[in-house]
Design a protein around this ligand. Structure first.
Ligand code: ADP
Length: 207
């Protein structure tokens, strides 16, 4: 059965603003509706949170100071979650990895980018994670790898390879504070348009 609401994958290097943007997007979706057609309930699905809560960790990478996730367990669990409610959709899947997800899970993949290396460096070393409020405090190899990944657009390339069709992957800049809201609004407008277009199709309006 086709989904009623679109699923979005919100991805990008850690620190680009995925969680903050997802939270704003979900808030926008709760705002009083102007018309029933514009009602698109969205739910934030933080993969980091799930992996932690369900303890889907396989091992610990000492060099990169990070937990290694058991991808099979994670995928099975998320598949069940998003099939809930008759698979009506409306999930905002937030993680720094995107290419392990089946293509059919997402209607749009948004890759957030922070191409100002100085700003990004400050974020990774000094900012607090939106998810937990903890200081990120990356250093050493972990810091360098994430900065390099952002400079080279590694996640954008992975997304484009996994979702090769025109328009499936969108890159949005997330350098300045006001871009968080702009991006949330852009994605929100896209979701509303998707619902309008797809409702038309299922009613046979578009032939
Ligand atoms: P991610 O989920 O991608 O790891 P977060 O949403 O946790 O990133 O954001 C990391 C930090 O950077 C937070 O303190 C957040 O407020 C800040 N931040 C994210 N995006 C922006 C932006 N566009 N401008 C300014 N600060 C930002």
């Amino acid at each position: 059965m086709p989904r009623r609401y679109p699923n979005i994958i919100l991805t990008g290097t850690p620190g680009v603003g995925k969680t903050t943007t997802a939270q704003q997007l979900v808030e926008l979706s709760k705002a009083p509706e102007t018309s029933p057609a514009s009602h698109v309930p969205l739910k934030h699905l933080s993969i980091n949170k799930i992996a932690k809560e369900q303890n889907f960790y396989d091992s610990y990478d000492e060099e990169l100071e990070t937990n290694v996730v058991d991808e099979d367990k994670l995928l099975d669990h998320v598949e069940e979650l998003i099939a809930d409610g008759d698979g009506e959709g409306g999930w905002v899947i937030d993680w720094h990895v995107c290419d392990i997800f089946p293509e059919r899970w997402a209607d749009l993949v948004v890759v957030l980018r922070c191409e100002d290396t100085q700003v990004f460096y400050e974020r990774l070393t000094s900012d607090n994670k939106a998810e937990t409020g903890e200081k990120r405090g990356y250093e050493g190899k972990k810091l360098q790898e994430n900065i390099d990944a952002e400079i080279f657009g590694v996640i954008l390339d992975e997304a484009k390879e996994a979702w090769p069709n025109e328009g499936q992957v969108v890159e949005l800049p997330s350098v300045q504070a006001e871009q968080i809201e702009e991006n949330a609004e852009w994605i929100w407008a896209w979701c509303q348009q998707w619902v309008q277009d797809n409702a038309g199709r299922s009613n046979g309006v578009n032939g």
